[in-house]
Design a protein. Structure first.
Length: 388
């Protein structure tokens, strides 16, 4: 289980770089003058993001009715949330919604589901805190772009009993991710301000993918003001500057991102692309070589390359990348799906069906299994029509 935080990325490597690269005189991050008119957009406040209607509050209270032990109340609340959201069927990676919107829609991404759960738990008097989960780089494709996914979960703590002295309060972890978080993944606590910044960052990335750059800036700006020391956010803001041909602004922001986290592959890749775009090929190549080395053992990296090749209709190259990803991890349903859809394009229906079956078998969620079942049914019908 885990939580997806979509971040627009054009990724890169980590960090054995000369320290001189990090020096930069201009510390200004925000450039409002470059996006005149961004003020026209109303950005959700922190209060609006966590707001719940009376119906939602009543739902929270009803979920624990007749349950009296605090830990059992937490379980009852979480089970009610999963049942009401019908999570396996209505997960939507691009649905960045407030707590109340998520409650009404019954569908959202993991960040929004976690925000809603936090609000519901807080309404009942439970302690609730967000945790960042450090996982390997994992990408998905949206609007022809590679999108880096981060992960968080939620820890709900029982109400404090004033008659007891607890050395350590143990929480109940709620994780809405579509993949299994490993036990050894490092976890760090997040402040509510950081989570609000994540929310704004997601909204900014949605706007960027839709080419609404004023709105993207408005959200990235709000995200920065909430929690400025986030390398991924700065990498996104820098990319927005680059798209709008503010190259010096972009370089400055990338360098500041690397001051915060010298191992931010996103910031490194963005910086390399900027150097390539501004005729600084040698600098770009040095970074890209190190990035390639860093990512060589990450199956998700080769999966993302396969997806990009597939979108270019380069079927043989896509197969090569997917096969490489499969050699690194034989349990990723996305890789089997990549092979299945590529063999379909090549007209090899038998192999396409085989790999789609494998994708269905390896998938963990009911949502993915239903999707693959539908694709298999289409494939079988298509194959029968062609051979009849």
């Amino acid at each position: 289980m885990r939580y997806f935080l979509p971040l627009v990325f054009f990724v890169l490597i980590s960090g054995c770089q000369n320290s001189a690269l990090f020096s930069h005189n201009n510390l200004v991050i925000l450039h409002d003058e470059a996006f005149a008119g961004f003020e026209q957009y109303d950005i959700e406040t922190s209060e609006e993001i966590f707001y719940l209607s009376e119906d939602a509050k009543l739902f929270a209270k009803e979920s624990i009715k007749g349950v009296y032990r605090p830990k059992e109340q937490i379980v009852a609340l979480v089970e009610a949330i999963f049942a009401r959201s019908d999570f396996n069927l209505l997960y939507r990676a691009d649905a960045n919604t407030t707590a109340q919107q998520t409650f009404v829609n019954r569908a959202a991404n993991c960040l929004s589901l976690s925000i809603m759960t936090h609000a519901l738990a807080s309404e009942l008097g439970f302690g609730a805190r967000f945790q960042n989960i450090e996982v390997p780089e994992y990408w998905t494709r949206r609007e022809g772009q590679s999108v880096l996914n981060s992960h968080i979960n939620l820890q709900i703590l029982p109400k404090v009993d004033r008659n007891l002295v607890e050395v350590k309060r143990r929480g109940y972890e709620v994780d809405f991710g579509m993949q299994m978080t490993k036990k050894h993944d490092k976890k760090t606590l997040l402040t509510n301000a950081q989570v609000v910044s994540f929310f704004y960052n997601n909204k900014g990335s949605d706007a960027l993918l839709n080419k609404n750059y004023l709105l993207a800036y408005a959200y990235y700006r709000a995200a920065y003001l909430q929690a400025p020391k986030q390398a991924q956010l700065l990498a996104n803001l820098g990319y927005l500057y680059r798209l709008n041909e503010f190259y010096s602004y972009a370089e400055n922001v990338y360098l500041q991102a690397l001051n915060i986290d010298k191992n931010s592959l996103t910031a490194w890749q963005n910086l390399a692309f900027l150097y390539k775009h501004t005729d600084q090929a040698e600098k770009s190549a040095q970074i890209l070589v190190r990035l390639e080395h860093k990512r060589a053992s990450n199956p998700y990296y080769h999966l993302s390359l396969g997806d990009a090749a597939f979108e270019r209709d380069d079927w043989q190259q896509a197969l090569a990348y997917y096969r490489h990803a499969l050699s690194l991890d034989k349990n990723l349903h996305e890789v089997f799906f990549g092979l299945g859809k590529t063999y379909y394009e090549l007209g090899d229906m038998a192999r396409s069906e085989h790999y789609l079956q494998m994708a269905k078998r390896k998938s963990r969620s009911e949502q993915d299994q239903l999707i693959y079942a539908g694709k298999l049914e289409f494939l079988r019908r298509h194959h029968l029509l062609k051979t009849s």
